[in-house]
Design a protein around this ligand. Structure first.
Ligand SMILES: N[C@@H](CCC(=O)N[C@@H](CS)C(=O)NCC(=O)O)C(=O)O
Length: 103
C-alpha cells in the first residue's frame, strides 16, 4: 500500500491544507474587525486596540515609559518630538505628492 493511499493520510493532509487556508482567513477577518482601517501597525494592549504608528508610539511612551527622554513631559521638548513625529505625514508626503504625483 502506497503512502498516498494509506488510510488516514489523505484525511490528515486534507485537514492540514484546510487549516492552512482557513486559519489565515480567520486571522484576517479578526484583524479587519479589530482595525477598520486595515493598516499596520496595530497594537492590542490588554484588550485596548490602537492603530496609527504615531498614536501607538505616544500611547506606549505615556503608559510604559512615563518619564523617558524618548517622549519627554516638558512641553517644549515634547513639542519638538511631536514636530519630528508629524513632519513626514504633515509636510513631507504632501510635498512629495505635489512634486511627483499630482499633475
Ligand atoms: N498613517 C498610518 C499608515 C499605516 C500604513 O499605511 N501602513 C501600511 C503598511 S506600512 C498598510 O497597512 N497598508 C495597507 C493599506 O493601506 O491598506 C500609520 O502611520 O500607522
Amino acid at each position: 500500500m502506497s503512502a498516498v493511499t494509506r488510510p488516514g493520510l489523505l484525511q490528515m493532509v486534507t485537514s492540514n491544507i484546510l487549516t492552512l487556508i482557513v486559519n489565515p482567513i480567520i486571522i484576517l477577518l479578526n484583524f479587519f474587525q479589530m482595525n477598520p482601517q486595515h493598516t499596520i501597525p496595530v497594537i492590542v494592549d490588554n484588550g485596548f486596540v490602537l492603530s496609527e504608528s504615531r498614536a501607538i508610539l505616544g500611547y506606549l511612551a505615556e503608559k510604559y515609559a512615563k518619564d523617558s527622554t524618548y517622549y519627554p513631559s516638558d512641553p517644549m521638548a515634547r513639542g519638538v518630538v511631536n514636530q519630528r513625529l508629524m513632519f513626514d505625514i504633515g509636510t513631507l508626503y504632501q510635498r512629495l505628492l505635489e512634486t511627483y504625483m499630482v499633475r
